[in-house]
Unconditional design. Sequence first.
Length: 399
Amino acid sequence: MDLNFTGDDLAFQQEVRDFLDENLTPDIKDATALTTTVFVEKDVALKWQAKLHARGWLAWFWPEEYGGPGWNSTQRYIFQTECALAGAPGIIPMGVRYVGPVIFTFGTQEQKDFFLPKILNGEHYWCQGYSEPGAGSDLASLKCKAERDGDEYVVNGTKIWTTHAQHADWIFCLVRTDNTGKKQQGISFLLIDMNTPGIKVDPIITMGLDHEVNQVFFDDVRVPVSNLVGEENQGWEYAKFLLEFERGGAASGGLKAGLKKLKRIASAQTDGETPLINEPAFASEIAQCEIGVMGLENTELRIMSQLSAGQPPGPESSVLNTVATAISQRMSELCVEALDYYSTPFKHVRPLYGTNEYFPGPDYAPPVMGTYLNRRAQSIFGGSNEIQRDIVAKMVLRL
Ligand SMILES: Cc1cc2nc3c(=O)[nH]c(=O)nc-3n(C[C@H](O)[C@H](O)[C@H](O)COP(=O)(O)OP(=O)(O)OC[C@H]3O[C@@H](n4cnc5c(N)ncnc54)[C@H](O)[C@@H]3O)c2cc1C
C-alpha cells in the first residue's frame, strides 16, 4: 500500500493551492473563521460557490457529463483537505452534495435539465426534509403524507431540524404515499418549491443562539406529480443513496485546521505564568487530539490508496465519522477551557462577522463558546453516534 502522493497528485495539490491563494479573499476567510455554525451564512457560501463554479470545481464528485471536473478519488481528497486547511467555507451540501446526485441518478431528463444547472449557479438554494418529530433515527416511521389528486400530490405534515429552511427556495422531502406493507416501502421522494402556498417555516434557536434549524409545516401543499423523483413508494432507496453522500467525505483537513486554532489559543493563553501549550496537563490533552487527527488522516490515506487501486473503501470508512466527531467536540471544549473567562461574555448577535459590536478579550475569542455549543449537535445530525456505532457493530464487526 502506497500512502504517498504521486508527482501528478503533487502538481494538482499546487494547482488547488494557487486557486485558493487567488480566490479565497480575506472577507470570505474572515467570515468563515467567525462562523459558529456548521455552515456559513447563505451569502458567504454563495459567493464562494460562485468562484468554485466558475472554475468548474463546485460539483467535484459529479460525473463530467453533469458538470463535474472528472477527478479521481485522490484529487477529491486533496481538494477537500486543501480547502479546509486554507480556511475556506464548506460547500453547502443540501443542493450540490445531497439532492444533485439523487436527481442525476434517479431523476427524469426534464428534472436533470431544470434543476442541475440551477444547483450549480446558486439560483436554487435547497434544504433537506427528512426528519420529523418522532422520526429521526427511526426515519422510516415518517408520517408527512402526500396524497394523489389528479396531476398533483397534496402534502400534509411537518419536518423538523430543517437546516437553512429559512433561506431555501426548494426542499427535498421524504413523504408517505402508502401506509400498507413495511414502513420503508410506502415512502416517496418529492421536490417541493418552498414558495408553494401552505408552507410555513418556524425558526428553532439552538442553545448556541444560532438560527440554523427550523420546523417546516405543510398544510394542503399542492405539488405537481412531475416533481416526484424516481418511482412512487421507492423513495427509501433514494434516501439511503443520499445518506452515503451525507456521511462520506474527508475530515482530517478540517480537524487539522481546528488543531491549529486550538494551538494558537493555547500558545497565547496562560495558567497565570506558563502558556497552556507548555503546561503539562493541557499539552497532554492537545497531544491526544493531535494523535487522533494523525490516526484519522492515516486511515483516510489508506482508504484513498485502496480506492486508487480499484478496491472498495473497506470497513475503515464506517468508523471515521464517529472518531472525527469525538475529536472535533473535544477540541472545541479545550478552546473554551483555554479561553477561561473570555469565553463567557457570550454574544447573541449573529452572524459574528456581520456586527461591529465590541467583544472583550483577544481577537480569537468571539466564536469559541458558540462553536463549542454548536458542536454538541455534531454527534446527532447526519445519524447520531449511537446509530453510527450500531452500523459499525452490525456491518463491520458482525455482532
Ligand atoms: C443541528 C442539526 C441539524 C439537522 N439538520 C437536518 C436537516 O437539515 N434535515 C433533516 O431532515 N434532519 C436534520 N437533522 C435531524 C437529524 O438527522 C436527527 O436529529 C437525527 O437523525 C436524530 O434523530 P432525533 O433527533 O429524532 O433523535 P432520536 O432518534 O429520537 O434519538 C434520541 C437519542 O436516542 C438514541 N437512539 C435512537 N435510536 C437508537 C437505537 N436504535 N439504538 C441506540 N440509540 C438510539 C439516539 O442516538 C439519540 O441519542 C438535524 C439535526 C441537528 C441536531
